[in-house]
Structure formats: structure tokens, C-alpha cells
Design a protein around this ligand. Structure first.
Ligand SMILES: [Cu+2]
Length: 170
């Protein structure tokens, strides 16, 4: 049978032990957190999480009465969409809002015929598009000069006007 004093001592030792373990965990976890980075995870479809945008663009996807289109503001969506201009080396932070009623997605492609995605520029994909009312962002670096297209990569959408010109200068 433990005396009251012994019981208190035993409990005190237990509390001290728990505090020491908690302190050690804190001491270990702080540098671990610093090493792993405190930044919130940024959703990037371009695989360029380490790139900091030098140009930020916000695009709006929507359906028009007889076509699908793009705009730089929600009240000016056109088909084709506005021409986008970048310079080689620009790191583009692209945010796409889906203002429409069906899923959409964004990518810069080689052209409308046989489109090939360039610069890892897809923001959302055919299989993981931006749902109506949703927003997705991506960061990518444009590395080649030329005239390309941006499109919605959801099947059939670029065919009904959901594209625009993109010009990348040297
Ligand atoms: Cu679309």
C-alpha cells in the first residue's frame, strides 16, 4: 500500500516524464517543420512547384449561346478568346475560374489540329477538370518563342470555339 506522499511523488514523476517526452518531440519537430517548409501546398499542374510566377493571369471559362469561350474578365468572354502574350522565360501563374455550367480545363497547345500540350501548362485536365463554379491554378515557364493556341482540353470544347491565340516573343 503506497503512502499518500509516495503516490504524489509517483504522479509527479509521471507528469515530469510526459513533459520531457513532449518537450523532446517539440524540439525535434520544430526543425523538421522548418526543413519541410511552412508554405501551404500550392496546387500545380505544371510540376513547377519551385517556380515563382513573374506574370499572373486570370482566365474565365464560360459557355456562350452557341459557342464556348474564354475571357480575361467574367463579363467579357468571347470565342475565340483574347490573345495572350508572353516572353520567353516568363513564369506564368495561371488561375482559371469556371463560370459555366459544365467542366472546363486549360492548356497551351501546339495548335488546334493534333494538339500537344506545351510547357506543362495544363491547369486541370480532361480527367480532373475545373467543375462549374470552381477555380484551379498552375505555374509554368514558357520556354519557346512562337505562335500557339490555348484551349479547353475537355473533349469537344475547342472545336466549338473554346480557344485563343497565344504569342510568345523572344
Ligand atoms: Cu471547356
Amino acid at each position: 500500500m503506497l503512502q499518500l506522499g509516495e503516490l504524489i511523488m509517483a504522479n509527479a514523476k509521471l507528469v515530469i516524464g510526459v513533459l520531457m517526452v513532449a518537450g523532446a518531440a517539440l524540439i525535434i519537430s520544430v526543425p523538421a517543420i522548418l526543413l519541410l517548409g511552412l508554405q501551404p501546398p500550392m496546387q500545380s499542374f505544371g510540376g513547377a512547384e519551385n517556380l515563382k510566377p513573374t506574370v499572373n493571369i486570370t482566365m474565365y471559362a464560360n459557355e456562350l449561346p452557341t459557342k464556348f469561350g474564354w475571357g480575361l474578365s467574367s463579363d467579357n468572354v468571347t470565342s475565340p478568346g483574347p490573345t495572350l502574350r508572353f516572353k520567353v522565360g516568363d513564369v506564368v501563374g495561371m488561375t482559371v475560374h469556371n463560370e459555366g455550367k459544365v467542366p472546363h480545363a486549360f492548356a497551351i497547345v501546339s495548335g488546334l489540329d493534333n494538339p500537344k500540350v506545351l510547357f506543362n501548362s495544363q491547369v486541370a485536365t480532361l480527367n480532373d477538370p475545373i467543375q462549374p463554379g470552381g477555380t484551379k491554378s498552375g505555374v509554368f515557364k514558357v520556354t519557346d518563342a512562337g505562335s500557339f493556341k490555348y484551349i479547353c482540353t475537355v473533349t469537344g470544347h475547342s472545336e466549338i470555339g473554346m480557344y485563343g491565340d497565344i504569342v510568345i516573343s523572344k
